[in-house]
Write a protein that binds this ligand. Structure first.
Ligand code: NOJ
Length: 519
């Protein structure tokens, strides 16, 4: 490691320690690291578009999110990811923050448009893009030394596609709506396995493809902004059909990448490959058979929609019953491909909602993404919220939800290995007037403490959960909310791009060092 990089690390570590000492002593925790298995990975998570910036540097082409955010009115504060956290230039400083927390792993994603900027599998590989991720991975794995103490390297946990894809795929053939994308995604994955797989042991094909597809093709709120009434009014689209067509191609793109990994790389590189799903846990609004069935349908239509085909080779029966021929079928060749399955399930989990029946009851809100499941989500029962609200609408603090969600996935998929690939707490702009207020994030500490306690419990009860990642390392570009919502353990001053630890960073650091009292 070059002397300059080492010096940067030492300066950042010292500054970061100083900040931690200035912050008030936080929350005494009921959960300890020693409540988890020794090999359990604790980390933080980010994604390329949300933190990298450098949106046109070193031959990168435009992504779908670059184009989308440049359309006025799309993003709450009118912002873009052009600069974001400038992580592209500050990754060493950011790795230093991870070392100062004492995390074992770091979940990040690769910008497809940096690696293959033009013409997908027919264009060239951008060596400058490869170089950036090589430097990032090498710096993560490098062991750090402070005050003669050795810090182990940080395990890279890499997502191939976290919402952002090259815009040219969209322009050329409509991206996920065309079967063509399967081969392009396979090629992109192949390039990444070949370039980075000697050092990366955890690969996720997609991050939250359920959200990308529902927001992109049903609600029309994410690119490519396609939808039809009553979900929204978009320039084009069909909310009743396109989400299912796009999902079919996403699932088969996953299978294509896994087949390539299994055939060409896995035995040599010894890694594992999975997919990451967004998961809301649902509780029946009332204790009636109708609402209980609505709860099952809401889960099947949002989570099992992708996981059933990947694990069992077909869409969930709950969906087939309602959607009939609107749901595509897998050909024998496609079923063969699905046979490559996955090695782990990534669970992004933030909140729990009530589910109410819309099959027999009227008065359901129109346009929610569970509408085709004939179910609606709501945060309140008789005016009482399901848990303490956060600043983000429909996000409540319900720690039991993570235990129930993991248990559902464990039972439905035979206790396949699982990772909590995201869990975190949004702070909102309203009411915050200066950095100090953002830094004292006691609500986030309580949230993380509560959720981690339940993760420890579900592991004790037999769930094969192997890691946990806080969303996020840094405040960053939060999609439609721009920079108005902050999820970071580290505060980012968007004027100076300075990073400062919040109280939750100190809490996570202490948690990672903590032993159970009786040990
Ligand atoms: C899930 C997404 O994967 C991530 O990109 C997003 O920022 C967080 N949830 C918080 O909304």
């Amino acid at each position: 490691m070059a002397g300059k990089a080492l010096r940067t690390r030492q300066v950042v570590a010292a500054a970061s320690l100083l900040w931690l000492l200035l912050l008030p002593w936080p929350w005494a925790s009921a959960v300890h690291r020693s409540d988890f298995p020794v090999s359990f990975l604790f980390g933080t998570a980010t994604s390329s578009y949300q933190i990298e910036g450098a949106y046109l540097e070193d031959n990168k082409s435009l992504s779908n999110w670059d184009v989308f955010t440049h359309v006025p009115g799309r993003i709450k504060d009118g912002s873009t990811g052009n600069i974001a956290d400038d992580h592209y230039h500050r990754y060493e400083e950011d790795i230093e923050l991870m070392h100062s927390l004492g995390t074992d792993a770091y979940r990040f994603s690769i910008s497809w448009a940096r690696i293959l900027p033009t013409e997908g599998r027919f264009g060239g590989v951008n060596q400058l893009g490869i170089e950036f991720y090589n430097k990032l991975i090498d710096s993560l794995l490098f062991k750090a030394y402070y005050f003669l103490l050795e810090h182990a390297g940080i395990e890279p946990f890499v997502t191939l596609s976290h919402y952002d894809i090259p815009q040219e795929l969209e322009d050329r053939y409509g991206a996920w709506l065309s079967a063509e994308v399967q081969r392009d995604f396979g090629y992109f994955a192949d390039v990444c396995f070949a370039a980075f797989g000697d050092r990366v042991r955890y690969w996720a094909t997609f991050n939250e493809p359920n959200v990308a597809v529902l927001a992109g093709y049903m609600l029309g709120t994410y690119p490519p902004a396609r939808c039809s009434p009553p979900f929204g009014s978009c320039a084009g689209g069909d909310s009743e059909a396109e989400p299912y067509a796009a999902t079919h191609n996403v699932i088969l793109s996953h299978a294509t990448a896994v087949e390539i990994y299994r055939r060409k790389y896995q035995s040599k590189q010894k890694g594992s490959i999975g997919i990451v799903m967004y998961t809301t846990w649902y509780e029946p609004l009332t204790d009636t058979p109708e609402d209980r069935l609505a709860t099952e349908r809401a889960l099947a239509f949002t989570v099992s929609w992708f996981l059933d085909p990947i694990v069992y080779g077909d869409y969930p029966p709950e969906m087939r019953r309602l959607l009939g021929s609107r749901l595509p079928t897998f050909s024998p060749e496609e079923r063969r491909k699905l046979g490559y399955k996955l090695d782990f399930i990534g669970i992004n989990h933030y909140t729990t909602l009530y589910a109410m029946d819309c099959m027999f009851s009227s008065g359901c809100p129109l346009g929610q993404w569970t509408q085709n499941a004939l179910a609606a989500g709501t945060g309140e029962r008789d005016g009482v919220p399901i848990g303490p609200p956060t600043g983000r609408s429909m996000f409540y603090v319900v720690p039991d939800g993570i235990e129930k969600m993991v248990t559902y996935i464990m039972k439905r998929y035979n206790n396949l290995p699982m990772f909590i690939t995201e869990n975190g707490y949004p702070q909102v702009e309203e009411g915050h007037t200066n950095a100090q207020e953002w830094l004292h994030d006691q609500a986030r500490i309580q949230y993380l403490d509560g959720y981690l306690t339940k993760v420890a419990k579900v592991i004790r009860d037999g769930a094969d959960v192997r890691g946990y990642f806080v969303w996020s390392l840094l405040d960053n570009f939060e999609w439609l909310y721009g920079y108005t919502l902050r999820y970071g353990l580290y505060y980012v001053d968007y004027q100076t791009l300075e990073r400062k630890p919040k109280s939750s960073a100190l809490w996570y650091k202490r948690f990672l060092q903590s032993l159970h009292e009786d040990q």
